[in-house]
Design a protein around this ligand. Structure first.
Ligand SMILES: Cc1cc2nc3c(=O)[nH]c(=O)nc-3n(C[C@H](O)[C@H](O)[C@H](O)COP(=O)(O)O)c2cc1C
Length: 204
């Protein structure tokens, strides 16, 4: 592993549980791979825009034909994709918001999926262009969605991310869940400890 991209999406910043657990993975990777290049992208509502018409129109226009706003939107979108393309491993810390991912992460994903770049349409259908990468997702939840939880069918976080990265050609996707974070202090501590154990095992 030579390059790792660490993406976080919690509104809680440093206090985020998903970020805390994912940071353990990143720290273990740094120890195991001295010289590892780590790029961090901490998503907030202020630093990741929705994919807009300037970007979409800009992708279709030649560089010379773009308006200044389109040029800026394409440059930003390119910077997001370049970080992904440069990484061997992508670590994502993501809380569950309303049964899915925060809108900041959705906006980031909307920038990552680009026809003709990260996926292509061929005679055989869509073909992901990001093959060979590894994705590790640490997903935190207030409740429980794994095992035989009755809420299992309401988890639109993990199946969505698995499908998304699979579409881009990434099949090595691991998930670590930090569950029960809104149930009470004891349950939350147990969920955090279990996730830390799981992530240490994954990093080994
Ligand atoms: C806006 C918002 C929406 C949430 N929606 C859900 C939800 O649908 N299901 C759930 O189990 N927990 C939900 N939670 C709780 C968080 O997923 C939980 O507290 C998680 O541990 C937060 O992770 P973080 O510390 O990394 O931010 C929500 C929290 C917030 C702030």
């Amino acid at each position: 592993m030579g390059s790792l991209l660490f993406v976080t999406a919690s509104l809680m910043g440093d206090k985020s549980q998903s970020r805390q657990v994912a940071s353990d993975y990143v720290a273990a990777a740094r120890t195991a791979h001295p010289g590892l290049k780590v790029v961090e992208r901490h998503l907030t509502p202020d630093n990741i825009p929705h994919l807009g018409m300037d970007a979409l129109a800009g992708f279709g226009a030649g560089a010379d034909a773009r308006t200044p706003a389109q040029t800026a939107a394409v440059a930003f979108a390119d910077s997001i994709i370049e970080e992904v393309e440069a990484a061997d491993t992508i670590v994502i810390a993501v809380p569950m918001y309303n049964f899915s991912v925060p809108s900041t992460l959705k906006a980031w994903l909307d920038h990552v999926a680009r026809a003709g770049r990260t996926f292509k349409y061929s005679a055989n259908g869509p073909e992901g262009q990001l093959k060979g990468k590894r994705v590790v997702v640490v997903e935190s939840r207030g409740g429980f969605y794994t095992g035989d939880s009755p809420a299992k069918g309401m988890d639109f976080q993990e199946p969505y991310l698995r499908a998304f990265f699979g579409f881009l050609g990434i099949t090595d996707v691991s998930f670590v869940q930090v569950e029960g974070q809104a149930i009470g202090p004891d349950v939350a501590a147990k969920g955090l400890a279990a996730a830390k154990t799981a992530v240490t095992r994954l990093a080994a």
